[in-house]
Ligand binder design. Structure first.
Ligand code: PEP
Length: 251
């Protein structure tokens, strides 16, 4: 059966020292509990090695927030999937709407990034989701379908089975506006049906689909109670160990 997962996305926040402190606090809080979900933190590249050194990887997974769409070479400033893997990280967030919106990431570059992540043994947390106008004009089903099909549906069933999906309506990210639990369930069920049509029932049933967008300790329980919502990708609330743990323990 698929896993429940709560993953933090720290974005471009914290110095290395602050990040290590935050990771230590989350790690410490996890010592006393056996959560009903896997717990992951996605941290800036600069933090990966230091954070990896202070966490118990059996209880807390570590991920990057991006990786390059090229293997290696003359790509100044880029960080490859193999570099990420060499830090001890096991996950990589790909296709976050901020990367699509501000850094021009396309369905094609994300396809390359996904392949390189998988080649290097990283589990992609692959983000999809529509902007407000697409929600309002009802095209959001087509938007997520296109994002998944173009970036992921050339994968083998075995490789697709390694992907974690994160549905993140862009209008809910960092805005304090959350999709209602029914809105989340509607689109998560649709996403699962797309996976079933392409890869069959078993792969679809085993795919974890996380919700992201202003998820907090106060709304996590209702969202996670929906049958097709398998956890959360958490931005702002992941920057504080207490609020992050409030979401982890919502399962
Ligand atoms: C995110 O950036 O993935 C996210 C969900 O952010 P927030 O929780 O702050 O809306």
């Amino acid at each position: 059966m698929r896993k429940n997962i709560v993953a933090g996305n720290w974005k471009m926040n914290t110095t290395v020292a602050e990040g290590v402190e935050l990771a230590k606090n989350v790690n410490e809080a996890l010592k006393g509990v056996t959560p009903n979900c896997d717990v992951i933190i996605g941290v800036p590249f600069t933090h990966l090695t230091s954070v990896n050194a202070v966490i118990d990887s059996n209880k807390l997974g570590l991920g990057a927030e991006n990786c390059a769409d090229k293997k290696s070479g003359a790509y100044t400033g880029e960080v490859s999937a193999s570099m990420v893997a060499s830090t001890g990280a096991k996950y990589v967030i790909l296709g976050h709407s901020e990367r699509r919106q501000y850094y021009g990431e396309t369905v094609e570059t994300l396809k390359e990034k996904t392949l390189l992540a998988l080649e290097n043994g990283l589990t992609p947390i692959f983000c999809i989701g529509e902007v407000l106008s697409e929600r309002e004009n009802g095209t959001y089903f087509d938007v997520v379908k296109n994002q998944i099909e173009k970036s992921l549906f050339d994968l083998s069933a075995e490789d697709f089975g390694k992907i974690i999906l994160a549905y993140e309506p862009v209008w809910a990210i960092g805005t304090g506006k959350t999709a209602s639990d029914d809105q989340a369930e509607e689109i998560h069920a649709y996403i699962r049906s797309l996976v079933e049509t392409k890869y069959g029932k078993e792969v679809a049933e085993n795919t974890s689909i996380l919700y992201g967008g202003s998820c907090k300790p106060t709304n996590a329980k209702a969202l996670f109670s929906k049958p097709n919502v398998d956890g959360g990708l958490i931005g702002g609330a992941a920057l504080n160990a207490e609020s992050f743990m409030g979401i982890v323990t919502a399962f």
